[in-house]
Structures are given as C-alpha cells and as structure tokens.
Ligand binder design. Sequence first.
Ligand SMILES: [Zn+2]
Length: 174
Amino acid sequence: MAVKRAVQIGDPAIRTKSAPVASVAAASTKKIARDLVDSMRHHGLVGMAAPQIGINTRIFVTEIRTTDTRRRGGADPVRVFVNPKILKVSKRRVADYEGCGSVAYAGLFGIVRRAHAVTVSARGLDGKKFVLRAEGLLARIIQHEYDHLEGKVFLDRMTDMGSIMGREELLKRG
Ligand SMILES: [Zn+2]
C-alpha cells in the first residue's frame, strides 16, 4: 500500500498534458494504478488521475462509494483506465457539484455542467481494450479525471463562479 500526497493546483504536474502509457503490462504501470487506488481511498475521493500523484502519464482510476462529501447514490467498483479515449458524449448536460483532490486543501466545490453519459475506451491492467458507456456520476467522474490528463481542472469548466462554496457549506447540504 502506497498512499501518495494529492498534488495541489499550482504544481506544474496538474497543468501538464500527460503522455500515453507505452506498456500496459509494465510493472511501473501496475504500481501507478495501485498507488492511485490507495491514494484515492485515503483522500476520500471517487476518482484520481496520475498527474495528481505527480506522474504525467495517461492513467486514472474510479470507484464510487460513500465518502465524507458523498453519502448517497449507488456504488461502482474500482475501474482502471489506461490511455483512455472519450468516444462519445451525450447531448444531455447535467449540472452538479464537484470537488477535486487537487483543490481539496482550498476546500472548494462548484457546479460544473457535464455530459450525462459518456462512452470511453481504454485498456485495463490486463492489457485488454474495453469500451464502457457510463452515465450519471460515473460519467461525471470519467470526464473530470480525463480532464486531468489534459492538464485541466474542474474550475476551468465552471460557468457560474458564483456557485463556488467551501467544504463545510457543501456538507451542510448532505
Ligand atoms: Zn480532480
């Protein structure tokens, strides 16, 4: 188990476009995925991308479960996305609150409009290509983590900066 610090905005790693993974089978790839899962759980996140542990490579992980700021909704098991590509996004957009492990120490959350559904292809740790159609929260997390690989954070996607709120206020809303 290796929990890594969540690199914060201001660190160049968060604003750098990440490079594709050359070998999915490499031990280093598996280690990054493992460290991301450990770190995501430790920091109470439902997704985490490699740039957030200071590694500019195209891997992110997701896992939907109950956290401090997310107490309702369904669950989704750990998924690893290596060299992901967003193939399709739905026309329907949904606005909802988002936070980010790399903005967490500032404690900011804000409303971001995202596609309700998304189709993504990626390789898993077994090296096999898969295509996943996700909707709702998982689709939101995938779009958020994919943005990290492009050097973007959720604040860049906000259209109404007036919706920004601190962590305590978000918790009040359950
Ligand atoms: Zn994030």
